[in-house]
Write a protein that binds this ligand. Structure first.
Ligand code: CAO
Length: 561
């Protein structure tokens, strides 16, 4: 198992090409065709892959070095099974490089020849010792607008994968090759009506000159997820969206953006395998080239966003990140940190908003008699040290509704195919505190009287405001009530607290003229807003539930039935 040298192969008409990336270190095990280094000239970016599988014993070059054909890149101890084939492709000494490592050539910008003013033939450039190379991908079609250096086709020989980029920006008027065609240096790939010239197009070869190549040495990219990234020059970043979506899902691949992205064939292949739209990935390589590591980072960020979600960054569920706006450009500002509870509840309401298909059913209840009863008993409650507010009555009515409508007292199972009915009745109550909204839970509401509920409500809401609630006191609710009656308003659309399936919003009661027995009579009407999870409760049932609540609050005796 003698160490063999891996050398810079024939990469076309390049010499003193800069090493921009060294993708392996001594001790690394590499697979045959795994990229070892990336080279970049002013015309091309190339990958040089390993000629064999084995262990790298020494790396002979560093980033920034200039290399030419025949220079030794690394020494490799060839794995036994590969010895024979390696012998065919690697030399034992630093002699001729013509049998050196297979090259993953990525042709440099446009092998273009000017056919006429404004119109160019884009030709296969000098891509080293390759001929009859197969076209494995045609990335543009007639009519497409392309940017300078945007890849047009991908070629693959047994030794290399190459991309041929455009020499100029313009409109493709005809594509002269198809997938499966075999091409060689000088073959016309496409014709282009140039709309913008640049240094690169100015560098384009003369009409009869050998077209410029962007050799990217390296065998057909076989980059695995963990393999060293295989950057290959592709187009510039024009038109690329560099903001990674912070949502929870990978976005569908935009083929145009994908083909324009600046990434090596191996990296493109990797992106395809994962379903990643390269147009969405921010490249951290030289000239913003997308590396395999960038794809990994993008996927990680996407998965994280999907599983966590946050208020400030990604909200999950495909929701874009909160835009970072400099408001000081519009006037004086002050930035204050959100209270801890607000940060937490913000996250929770955002998640619930996204997770639950909500509908809100509005109704009203005639609480004239209930209010008379409450007023009659208020003093008694006060003597016992608590306040009898309408909310205690609503808790009792909701407990009855939860019993009458078992689906109201349920949660969807994680599989989305089962409903879990609860045979207990715990109800959370929204409490407005200085630190933010809290949802303490009153337990076994169905088993308690209105006085006891009023007393517990007073206790739990004052402890919530004092920040003295235990975590367990905010868990296990079957249903929630959010009462803004003491504040005002006519109706609102509360957000269901997953895994509950509904929440009752209560607004301020007002005296209304109600048509009764042929005349308008003043009645105290309480607005109800029931938001529900439409996956579990349908509209008709929701209307029956609010009817039920309306009847129960209208005549408390019905709760005894
Ligand atoms: N209509 C008219 N008056 C009402 C009413 C209603 N629906 N509900 C309560 N009131 C009255 C009460 O009777 C009381 O008046 P009196 O002092 O004259 O008796 C006054 O409003 C204040 O009541 P309260 O707020 O002290 O008590 P409560 O039981 O109604 O509410 C609590 C307790 C903790 C729910 C409440 O204080 C609270 O924090 N509400 C805000 C909830 C909230 O923020 N919800 C929004 C969540 S989504 O962002």
């Amino acid at each position: 198992m003698a160490a063999q040298e891996i050398k810079v192969p024939d990469i076309g008409d390049f010499d003193a090409v800069e090493v921009i990336e060294v993708l392996v270190t001594a001790g690394d095990s590499v697979e045959e065709e795994q990229p070892l280094i990336t080279l970049e000239s002013d015309k091309a970016t190339l990958e040089v892959p390993s000629s064999a599988s084995g262990k790298i014993t020494a790396v002979k070059i560093s980033e920034g070095d200039k290399v030419a054909e025949g220079d030794v890149i690394a020494l490799i101890e060839v794995a036994a099974a590969d010895s024979d084939s390696a012998d065919d492709t690697a030399t034992e000494d630093t002699g001729a490089a013509d049998t050196g490592a297979a090259a993953d050539v990525e042709p440099a910008p446009a092998a273009a020849t000017t056919a006429s003013a404004g119109s160019q033939d884009i030709k296969v450039p000098d891509i080293g010792d390759f001929d009859a190379v197969e076209v494995i991908e045609v990335l543009v079609a007639a009519g497409d607008s392309v940017e300078e250096e945007q890849p047009l086709i991908t070629l693959e020989s047994d030794k290399a994968t190459l991309e041929v980029p455009s020499s100029a920006s313009g409109k493709i008027t005809a594509v002269k090759v198809s997938e499966g065609d075999k091409v060689a240096e000088g073959d016309v790939i496409a014709t282009l009506t140039v709309t913008a010239t640049s240094d690169a197009s100015a560098r384009a070869p003369q009409p009869d000159a050998a077209p410029q190549a962007t050799p990217e040495p390296a065998p057909a990219a076989s980059a695995t997820p963990d393999a060293a990234p295989a950057p290959i020059t592709a187009g510039p970043q024009q038109g690329r969206q560099t903001q990674a979506p912070a949502g929870s899902q990978l976005t569908p691949v935009n083929e145009k953006a994908f083909s324009k992205a600046h990434a090596a064939p191996g990296v493109r292949k990797y992106a395809r395998e994962l379903g990643v739209d390269l147009g969405q990935v921010t490249g951290t390589g030289r000239k913003q080239r997308i590396l395999a590591a960038d794809i990994n980072a993008y996927v990680k960020a996407t998965v994280k966003a999907a599983t966590s979600g946050s208020m400030a960054g990604s909200a999950g569920g495909g929701v874009p990140a909160q835009p970072d706006i400099d408001f000081s450009q519009f006037g004086e500002i002050e930035t204050v940190e959100l209270a801890r509870i607000r940060k937490l509840s913000a996250k929770a309401v955002h998640k619930n908003w996204l997770l639950i298909p909500h509908v809100t059913q509005f109704d009203s209840a005639d609480i004239t008699d209930m209010e008379a009863f409450r007023q009659a008993n208020k003093e008694r409650a006060a003597q016992q040290g608590f306040k009898l507010t309408p909310l205690a009555f609503m808790l009792k009515a909701c407990a009855a509704a939860l019993k009458a409508f078992p689906d109201l007292n349920s949660s969807l199972a994680a599989d989305g195919e089962h409903l879990i009915h609860k045979h207990y009745c715990h109800i959370a109550v929204a409490v407005d505190t200085d630190a933010g909204l809290m949802m303490p839970v009153l337990r076994d509401v169905d088993k308690k009287g209105i006085f006891q509920l009023a007393e517990e409500l007073g206790d739990i809401s004052s402890r919530a405001r004092a920040g003295k609630l235990k975590a367990a006191e905010m868990q296990g609710a079957c249903f929630s009530i959010s009462s803004l009656g003491g504040v005002g308003g006519t109706a609102f659309t509360p957000i269901v607290n997953s895994p509950e399936v509904a929440i009752l919003g209560v607004s301020r009661s007002t005296m209304q003229p109600v048509w009764q027995n042929g005349e308008f009579v003043p009645r105290l009407m309480l607005p109800l807003s029931l938001s529900y999870d439409h996956r579990v409760i349908d509209g008709a049932k929701a209307a029956r539930i609010t009817n039920f609540l309306s009847r129960a609050l209208g005549d408390l005796r019905t709760l005894l039935l």
